[in-house]
Design a protein around this ligand. Structure first.
Ligand code: UDP
Length: 353
């Protein structure tokens, strides 16, 4: 089988890292990276440490608004799909590249397999939520990471076939966690000690694009009573620079460029807590048994909240600070599978006509 995988950003590279290794043992894969957000360091790390191939095709289509990105990607992916003639197009998660990969395939009459299908925040204003719902509608195989995602889809009666596979990010996290624990050099580089700092990521449009919300975010981060290590996403850096608040923030938190996966995971497993608006980081904190405080008022990863490992505080500084010091829950359930999701994803492809 010839599989065309479309990626566009960092978390999708993490997810593809789990699947590509297993996939290439059985099928032919062509990895296409749209360039929505290409992280060369992450790509190198995965290549070196997991044997994950670098994308065979780089479209280099970064920048622009969501609509511009979607238009540019579609214009490039249409001819590419026609030329490559894959048996299936594989997409991950909820980015513009997920949606455009799905549309390009569906319009060419090629089956679409969606990994991380069925996730819902029920916040239609989120560009990611629109991408999820639309991609699920286009997909022939809806590969869900959790029973909640499965239930969400069953209520929507999609055209495609729903299959529970578990979360492919668990596969990667399980593989990396032991090495991340030993990687104290990452903490030394940040100048922090195990258990005594907070690791933060933030880049959601809803938090950084509106200056009033961005100001709340800056004030919240400056109020945290722990050293905060913040590997700064390019979008957040651009918004802070435009608002003139980057230096002020740099005076109160430990800023760094985006980190490679192994260094970031080292910080996550050794942190007192994670403070984030990222979907992936909420889940990775949960898997690492690190308490998480989420800078949003909704989440797709509801199990992390229901089990007490994650608390949603939006940009309320007082609630965030209180949540950072809450005791850890006694129980740690496993709603996202057993670390063998990638094998199930590849098995599921055999079910396509
Ligand atoms: N990540 C990373 N380096 C960093 C910050 C995050 O490797 O400096 C990884 C993180 O471990 C997770 C993914 O990037 O696997 C999350 O990406 P992001 O927050 O961009 O996306 P989201 O999950 O919100 O879609």
């Amino acid at each position: 089988m010839r599989v065309l995988t479309v990626l566009g950003n960092r978390p999708q590279s993490v997810k593809a890292a789990a699947v590509s290794r297993v996939l290439r043992a059985r099928h032919e894969e062509v990895l296409v990276h749209t360039g929505q957000h290409f992280d060369d360091e992450l790509s190198t790390i995965f290549e070196r440490e997991l044997g994950v191939p670098r994308p065979e095709i780089q479209l280099g289509l970064g920048g622009g608004t969501n609509t511009e990105q979607t238009a540019k990607q579609l214009a490039a992916l249409g001819p590419l799909v026609a030329e490559q003639r894959p048996d299936v197009v594989l997409v991950y998660g909820d980015t513009n590249s997920t949606l455009t990969g799905g549309i390009a395939a569906a319009q060419a009459g090629i089956p679409v397999a969606h990994v991380e299908a069925g996730m819902r925040s029920w916040d239609w204003a989120m560009p990611e939520e629109q991408n999820r719902v639309l991609t699920d509608a286009l997909s022939d195989l809806l590969l869900v990471p959790s029973r909640t995602a499965e239930d969400n889809l069953k209520r929507e009666h999609p055209r495609g076939r729903i299959m529970y596979v578990g979360d492919v990010m668990v596969d990667v996290a399980d593989l990396f966690r032991p090495r991340a624990r030993e990687n104290v050099a990452a903490l030394e580089r940040a100048g922090v000690r195990p258990g005594e700092f907070v690791v933060c990521t933030t880049h959601r449009a809803a938090n950084v694009d509106d200056p009033a919300r961005l100001r709340l975010l800056v004030d919240l981060l400056l109020a945290v009573p722990y050293p905060v290590v913040l590997p700064l996403h390019p979008r957040t850096r651009a918004r802070l620079t435009a608002a003139g608040w980057l230096d002020e923030l740099a005076g109160g938190v430990i800023l760094s460029p985006p980190l490679g996966y192994l260094d970031f995971t080292a910080l996550l497993v050794h942190a007192h807590a994670a403070l984030t608006d990222s979907g992936g980081v909420q889940k990775e904190a949960f898997l690492a048994r690190t308490r998480c405080v989420t800078l949003r008022d909704t989440t797709e990863w509801v199990e992390t909240v229901d089990s007490g490992w994650n608390v949603l505080v939006d940009l309320d500084a007082a609630r965030a600070i209180e949540a950072l010091d809450r005791p850890l829950p006694g129980e740690h359930p496993q709603p996202y599978g057993d670390g063998h999701a990638a094998e199930r994803v590849v098995d599921a492809l055999d079910l396509l006509p």
